[in-house]
Ligand binder design. Sequence first.
Ligand code: F6R
Length: 265
Amino acid sequence: MDIVILKDSEQVAVAGARALQDLLTKKPDAVLGLATGRTPLAMYRQLVAAYEKSSMSFRDATTFNLDEYLGIKPADPQSYRSYMQRELFDDIDIEMSNTHLPECVAGENPLDVGPRYEEEIRARGGIDLQVLGIGQNGHIGFNEPSSSLSSRTRVKTLTRETIANNREYFDDAASQPQLAITMGIATIMDANEILLLATGAEKAEAVRQSIEGPVSSMWPASILQMHERVTVLLDESAASALEKRDYYNWVQDQKRLLLAQIENS
Ligand code: F6R
């Protein structure tokens, strides 16, 4: 795992946006896996700013979001579809038909959404770069603790903790969904490359367990230790519980030196 500890959440946003920009420069028709929640908001703002002041384009890109609530309509302001439109899609030149969320369309059996979504991802050649946030309980997507490490896209029951963390977005508890459709852990692990963002002290324990703890379904993000190409972008607070923090910083220094040497040779 490439563990990058940055000063603050703004630097995490800038580095995350740069990774997406670099990919789109190399591969304009890239398939991006996207996340919602508080963490990537600043990164999306950076991306929109970069889009507005450069020649960067999303016209040929495809996106697949990690998850969507079950039981709320796409047009509901609290849906992840609305979030993506508001925070990114409405401000860039992406083709709406190339944007995907695991939405249960009217009349569709919720149990059929997962296999359909998996097929759509496969048909687009798989995900080049998957962006992830992390829950305080270590969830990725809505793969809550005890999710099978081999799971694929499916309906998932949220934990009471996750429901409480997202309660502020809903007018009343009765309108807050308890179920979501989420990419599975194996679906996420199929991505060619993964970018995990974590900011704030409330993520420090989940970050420590996932990076330095054993691989376990009790901390779903710990499975990322088994992926070959993961970059973890952390601010100081999210990195604060890491035992080997100094080593990770030193690795980044060495990496910069090596790259400079290669460039000058
Ligand atoms: C969002 C998602 C979740 C969030 C996680 C962190 O699509 O899949 O795993 O990334 O709950 O949420 P925030 O960023 O709000 O702390």
